[in-house]
Ligand binder design. Sequence first.
Ligand SMILES: [Zn+2]
Length: 703
Amino acid sequence: MNASAATAADAVNPQSNPLLTKSPLPYELPPFDKIRNEHFRPAIEAGMAEQKREIETIANSQEAATFENTIVALERSGELLARANSVFYNLTSSHTNPDLEALRTDLAPKLSAHSDSIYLDPALFARVAALYGKRASLQLDPESLRLLERYHTLFVRAGAKLSEADKTKLKQMNQQLSSLTTQFSQTVLKGVNAAAVVFDKVSDLDGLSQAQIATAAEAARTRKLDGKWVVALLNTTGQPPLAQMTNRAARQRIYEASIHRGWGGEFDTTKLIEQIVALRAERAALLGYPTHAAYVTEDETALTPQAVNRMLAQLAPPAVANARAEAADMQALIDAQAKARGTKPFKLAPWDWDFYAEQVRAAKYSYDESQVRPYFEMNRVLVDGVLFAAHELYGLNFKERKDLPVYQEDVRVFEVANADGSPLGLFLVDWYARDNKRGGAWMNSFVEQSQLLGKKPVVVNNLNIPKPPQGEPTLLTFDEVTTAFHEFGHAVHGLFSDVQYPTFSGTSVPRDFVEFPSQYNEMWATEPRVLANYAKHYQTGAAMPQALMDKVLAAGKFNQGFATTEYLAAAMLDQSWHQLPAGKTPKAADAARFEAAALKTAGVDLDAVPPRYRSTYFSHVFSSPIGYSAGYYAYIWSDVLARDTQHWFKTNGGLTRANGDRLREKILSKGFSVDSLTLFRDFYGKDPDIGPLLESRGLELAK
Ligand SMILES: [Zn+2]
């Protein structure tokens, strides 16, 4: 018998496919030592089939609809699918391989059709609607009532109330959107690769490190351009090498290659934008909304596009004023250098910004990363920093469980217990970068807490910290330390979840709220008592000198006018495209004019500060049917809540158990079982205000 035949037969056998049965491990941690590639497809397909049967049973029941036999039954449905999917999507993010990637491409449309088949099932919706209609008389507890309302909302927003003809139209639109947005993402990827800049002379790259130059030479060889140098681009307007490259003309070439991506030519995306934006507006109209932005924001804490506009408009003037002040500092430096050299000064251009910002930064704060890193040894940052702060604030205790299986040898598992010793969940730490892990940092769940299903949370934090050679310590940058605290804020949101229903578990909150607990948790990285506990020299154990820390903290406010303005410009572009009604969206030929006018109207059209993404490569908003469309504002919206919370802690005694427990009780344990903004007001005692955010970014100075 050959091995693959044995494998195929085994994979559908519950005895040999560990995904088909509930994990026997503590907290239902997936048995990673037994899970293999070939287990996923049969488990996910069996999961869809099982949920389909469960849904049919609910929808076709002869009994009258009750909360129990309809809504609770929906909550209980799909457990196998959820279990298999959570392992699958965690691994395709952090430990993937070509087989899993091929399977992901294959499954995407199937999983989306599966979801449509639930939300557009008329018999099922009839039962939900019947219950919703008499919800006041059902005597439900508040969380159950909210669950019924939530299901009704989800069905209606998915199109359940439409006529059969309109449902067909909607499904077509969804398919078209799915195809167009996939094309957008593929075209942007090809476009960014094609826009890599070729240099003939190595002197063009002056300022880059030997390693970067070697990478550029290697990139040229791969493209059969031996003897030349290729600088690859990232999918943002800004390109990191510009901070180092001394040759101004070379910087300009890279910058222009970046901002001209997608505007015409082989990898044009303006026609895709035209169609995506038009289709989204028509889809919103079909669902009864004036615009796509109205459709999206209704389900966020913002509620309306007008509220988003108001917030962005409040932030723009101080951000722009600071960006202008930063530009003036750099212009002064350019002029002084020209005078000293006896050359003609030039006007600061966008391709000069990072280069001169770096010089101003060095002059103003006079330290470099190599001075601080010895104080940020990875294990100390984790145990004596991140976990220590959680102990001081919430009384949590962490015990490493080396006896439990992991999916990769560097992953660590901690069992988390409350102050009274009661078990809370598992926390997995996967901090090292790997070439089979996607970029960035994130938190995810393997198991979501819910009382209904008797589950305690299993969460993971992923970072991308380069792994040093064997035997050398892992020393973090201050940015990486901040990211570690950030992601742990998400982890705590998942771990503290104490809700009845899985739909409301942990981080299942609106996009413009979900970053708040993580952005808030960053504050503990620099709290003096926490810092003193973890920032110790990895060789001598000496505390980090206060003067050095002060410089690091002060530098955190540097260049925030630029960073906030480029972000706001992109957020406003996103809103502008999606606040148009059906039939009023621009044609591809007008896209550039539309973009320029939108930035001008918003007051963020600074010559030297282009948007973080121009429309043609704005993947957050055009690369998936919904994605962050009309939702890119969410990052700064959440940050307002986070900085208000930081302000609250500072004015209420800081790092104390009483304060931590209050936040846990009022917000972090509630998931989405209560409206998010209501939770925030209950904690903060008033509406959010933008003052603390401006202060934290140093933006109130140049009003
Ligand atoms: Zn986050």
